[in-house]
Design a protein around this ligand. Sequence first.
Ligand SMILES: Nc1ncnc2c1ncn2[C@@H]1O[C@H](COP(=O)(O)OP(=O)(O)OP(=O)(O)O)[C@@H](O)[C@H]1O
Length: 263
Amino acid sequence: MTTPPGTAPAPVVDVRHLTVRYGDVLALDDVGLHLAPGRICGLIGVNGSGKSTLFTSLMGLLTPQAGSVELFGTSVARARKDGLVAYMPQAEGVDWTFPVSVSDVVGMGLYGRLGTARRLRAADRAAVDDALERVGLSSLRRRQIGQLSGGQRKRVFIARSIAQDARLLLLDEPFAGVDRSSEHTMTALLKALRDEGRSVLVSTHDLAGVPDLCDEAVLLHQRVLAHGDPSEVLTHANLALAFGPLPADLSPGAAPSSPNGAP
Ligand SMILES: Nc1ncnc2c1ncn2[C@@H]1O[C@H](COP(=O)(O)OP(=O)(O)OP(=O)(O)O)[C@@H](O)[C@H]1O
């Protein structure tokens, strides 16, 4: 996709007036979100605030009642076909018993571009190998995906997005059930991917980690309550709006991992 000289590139994510209902449940209400290239954006909100619904909407897996979603200035379907976007659902949204190996799953990231034959060429296999190397999973490449630890499973998805050269990573709670050391490793990896010009939208309940990981943050509660620099978004007033009242001695800099209502 080329941008004419003098014009700003299309936003990576352009969500306008997005409203999603499940029957009587209003999950997203008039949500707007713009994300520029080369940014890590943290998506923060209490359980049930609509984070996963926003991810599935960005992947075109839901039909909204109102509003629009564009990725890279084009339709979601086009962006997916071109391999521009990669999605890591929450762990429970994946069938880990499926009889595929780590390297099979990473190779699946290339399917969108390969068409119906889905036959990996030498260059594709090299991309899979490089991606596995980058996330430190080369030695586990033949293992069935169900035989991995929680942290390793998350890294498989990151490797898949690297192999397909996705420019937007949608990560739904990648740090859930991951120990501190793995979280640090993954944080460094995401920053390196950002520094290569990729964008990352990442939901997390680890508020204390947001200022280090994220260039910007979105506070969601059916609607976007705040969006901007993490220090401006993670204020007491905003967190109280999103999570309910917090203990008085908690400054945003010392924000808890699990405020009221978060797991
Ligand atoms: N398939 C569904 N059918 C009916 N209601 C749903 C469905 N999926 C989600 N919801 C409801 O929509 C709202 C938003 O849910 P969503 O899963 O998007 O929240 P979330 O912020 O991702 O939550 P969590 O932090 O627990 O993952 C909630 O009220 C939820 O109960």
